[in-house]
Design a protein around this ligand. Structure first.
Ligand code: THU
Length: 140
């Protein structure tokens, strides 16, 4: 899968940062923004949305994927995740959900420091989830 251009990643970072500003994270106070780029060039952003019933919390990456699916879009090629600190890596559930739509998705993990400066590191879903569950077969 072709890596997204620098301009495309810059746009994704901006969209993920904006979504992160809208996070609903009163319990953890850890805000996360994500933005997904599709093959056709569309971008879908999401933030984490927490709940007083902790198990109902949704992560930013899954929120972004849901936005994409609900819009009728497909073929994600890259996902940018923005957090404080060094730039958090997607949790296990989000890795599996991303892998449902593209096992070789490009990932850019962005950390925002106290001065608002962004530091990027690149990764990939192949690296973070090398043996995802795919072969669903119902038992007869
Ligand atoms: N979170 C995400 O949004 N994405 C991840 O991949 C890991 C964790 C959120 C969930 C919760 O709202 C907060 O970060 C702390 O775990």
């Amino acid at each position: 899968m072709k890596a997204p251009s620098k301009a495309a990643v810059d746009d994704l970072v901006a969209r993920a940062r904006a979504a992160r500003e809208r996070a609903h994270a009163p319990y953890s106070r850890f805000r996360v923004g994500a933005a997904i780029l599709t093959k056709s060039g569309e971008v879908f952003a999401g933030c984490n949305v927490e709940n007083a019933s902790f198990g109902a919390c949704i992560c930013a990456e899954r929120n972004a994927i849901c936005q994409m699916v609900a819009a009728g879009a497909k073929d994600p090629i890259a996902c940018v995740v923005v957090t404080a600190g060094r730039g958090a890596s997607p949790c296990g559930i989000c890795r599996q959900v991303l892998a449902e739509f593209a096992k070789d998705m490009h990932l850019v993990l962005v950390g925002i420091d106290a001065k608002g400066r962004a530091k990027r590191r690149t990764s990939s879903l192949k690296k973070l989830l090398p043996d995802s569950f795919t072969e669903f077969e119902g038992e007869r």
